[in-house]
Design a protein around this ligand. Structure first.
Ligand SMILES: Nc1ncnc2c1ncn2[C@@H]1O[C@H](COP(=O)(O)OP(=O)(O)OP(=O)(O)O)[C@@H](O)[C@H]1O
Ligand SMILES: [Mg+2]
Length: 593
């Protein structure tokens, strides 16, 4: 408004001389007319024609010239007035536009959802927009003139000071940082600050800061980082790493735990070669085959292999992967790899403990059979002595009967072998043996055990019937372990029949082919049997009804049978006593017709 008034005043001033010129001309014309009138009055009604005419002509000319001048001056004035009017209107419009843009700038500054701060070199807030102040819970007046540090947490203030110093030493350059601001109510607000120091006309520096609220993004980032941390922690605790494998590009991604399991430093890229190189040489071919097959047919895979670490230690890992199709239609595997070394070692230890226990129970059982075994050895030895004496007698004759002596000596050899076999079986059972599965005939195994038990049964007045299937196929088994199973079952049968006095006590051992792929061994007694409620517990470790029993016999039998791929079960007989039976899978090669 003020500018408009000023410009109107200026315009009036500019036009003034033009007006007075016109007025002067008009005045001139009036004077000319007045002069004509005077001349006419002075010269009288009949003046000398020449002077009179000249004066009249001059006056008329002067009048005409004044009129033309007045017309020209008038039109120029009007043109100038129009031009000035136009300029004034343009100026007016420019001023109005300036006002509008100033109002808009102010609007933007005040209400743009960005916090603007203008801070002097000492850190005092010179200006802040309404939005900025409101975001922090303040009025503009509460911040203006205050230290900018007021809106930062104590522990972050050093960072603010340093960031400001950087801006002030690097005038004109924009610097950015992320930091927390503190609201009036004490709550935090994450912002990204873009700041630049500029020099004012009075040579003082000020820092202009624009802050954008990034709290949501920070919270999302924190949540993501936290869930990432949880996942990494869970992977570390479960010794399970994850991996991704894009078959077409060969790109492999590992989690931190996978790097740890494979013993590599974290690296941006992993190659299949790195994986294969770590696999134990003995397992490499098989693992490579699984990997090749999976990449070829794009199916899920699952395998276990060992890793040979640079320090020579061995790790057992179990890898499982699920095939998915990626956006471009290629196969991608997403999987997990678990370090199962501890489990494997525990299994090995358990296995060792079981073998140790099995050995102890075998030796214990043999100890119980000591008398019988001694008898089994003694019998052939007595026969050897008798036959040796006989052969001496045949030889001492006047005409030595060589035929009889030879047959007595042959009997000695047979008895010697028999005694030797018994001792061999006892030694085998006493020895600690490693798992060694070979194709064997279970009938032979039964006979070998019975060699040691004949006398035991006989001395207790118990009978033994063997019904061994004549053409029994072979099974893949550990001879000593299977002998132990039969030994335990027979000793249990003998124990169960011991209290029986009112009926004949007999044990029946049968072997039979069950279907094509399995054979069955049954041991039936006519002893005291077991109570139905104990049926489920018979195979539990340490379950015993005997005063001197350990309760480990059946438990060991079951684990041996199951490690052979078979099953051991117990049932009560229709008549008195119980039957224990176990099945074993036939050796594959024997199944081929
Ligand atoms: N033939 C059987 N008839 C009746 N009960 C049986 C028979 N065999 C086993 N049992 C029952 O099962 C229990 C467990 O047998 P198991 O052979 O595991 O241990 P145990 O014979 O008691 O002791 P040990 O560890 O010395 O063998 C026995 O105590 C007995 O009660
Ligand atoms: Mg037993």
């Amino acid at each position: 408004m003020a500018e408009w008034m000023v410009s109107a005043a200026m315009r009036n001033q500019t036009l003034k001389p033009w007006r007075s010129a016109e007025e002067s001309l008009l005045g001139g014309m009036a004077l000319a007319l007045l002069a004509v009138a005077c001349i006419w009055l002075v010269l009288g009604p009949a003046p000398a024609v020449a002077g009179y005419l000249i004066a009249v002509v001059l006056l008329v000319a002067l009048l005409l010239a004044s009129l033309i001048m007045m017309h020209l001056a008038g039109s120029t004035r009007r043109q100038m007035e129009a031009a000035l009017e136009g300029r004034a209107r343009a100026e007016q419009r420019a001023i109005e536009a300036l006002h509008e843009s100033e109002a808009q700038r102010k609007e933007v500054f005040e209400h743009n959802p960005v916090m603007y701060f203008m801070v002097d070199a000492d850190g005092t807030v010179l200006s802040v927009n309404t939005f900025g102040a409101a975001q922090l819970g303040y009025l503009v007046s509460e911040l203006r003139g205050q230290s900018v540090l007021k809106v930062f947490f104590e522990e972050d203030r050093d960072l603010v000071r340093k960031s400001f110093d950087v801006c002030l030493t690097d005038i004109g350059q924009t610097h950015s940082w992320e930091i927390r601001k503190v609201r009036k109510d004490g709550s935090a607000l994450w912002v990204r600050e873009n700041a630049k120091a500029v020099r004012r006309l009075d040579d003082r520096s000020i820092v202009l800061i624009a802050c954008e609220d990034i709290t949501e993004r920070k919270e999302a980032e924190n949540a993501l980082r936290q869930s990432g941390n949880y996942l990494a922690e869970a992977q570390r605790l479960s010794h399970t790493g994850s991996f991704g494998w894009r078959v077409a590009t060969g790109e492999i991604i590992w989690s931190e735990e996978t790097f740890r399991i494979f013993g590599y430093d974290k690296a941006p890229s992993v190659t299949l070669d790195m994986v294969v190189q770590r696999i134990h040489p003995d397992d490499r071919a098989h693992a490579q085959q699984t990997i090749d097959q999976a990449s070829g047919d794009g199916r899920d895979f699952d395998h276990e292999y060992r890793l040979l670490m640079p320090d020579g230690s061995v790790k057992y890992v179990h890898a499982t992967a699920h095939a998915v199709t990626d956006a471009s239609g290629g196969v991608e595997f997403v999987g997990a790899v678990t370090d199962v070394t501890a489990r494997k070692r525990a299994e090995e230890k358990l296995h060792e403990a079981q073998a140790e226990l099995a050995h102890v129970t075998r030796v214990t059982a043999l100890g119980e059979l000591a008398a019988s075994i001694a008898h089994e050895v003694n019998q052939p030895l007595a026969a050897v002595v008798a036959n040796a004496a006989a052969s001496l007698r045949w030889l001492d004759r006047e005409t030595p009967n060589l035929k009889e002596a030879r047959s007595a000596l042959e009997a000695i050899v047979n008895d010697g072998n028999r005694a030797g076999e018994v001792i061999q079986h006892v030694r085998a059972l006493v020895n600690k043996t490693a798992d060694r599965k070979v194709p064997l005939n279970v009938n032979d195994v039964v006979n070998e055990v019975i060699t040691l038990l004949h006398h035991e049964l006989f001395s207790r007045g118990m009978s033994l019937r063997m019904e061994l299937a004549p053409a029994l196929g072979l099974v893949l088994g550990d001879r000593i372990q299977l002998q132990q199973v039969i030994l335990n079952l027979v000793i249990n049968g003998i124990d169960a029949m011991q209290p029986v006095t009112e009926r004949p006590r007999g044990l029946v051992i049968r072997t039979l082919q069950e279907e094509v792929h399995h054979m069955l061994v049954t041991v039936s007694d006519c002893g005291v049997g077991f109570a139905a409620e104990n049926a489920d517990r018979l195979f539990d470790p340490f379950f015993t009804t005997k005063s001197g029993g350990m309760g480990m016999g059946l438990s060991i039998c079951r684990s041996i049978v199951e490690s052979h791929g078979g099953r051991l079960s117990a049932s009560s007989n229709v008549g008195p006593g119980a039957t224990f039976q176990f099945s074993l899978p036939m050796h594959q090669e024997d199944n081929t017709p």
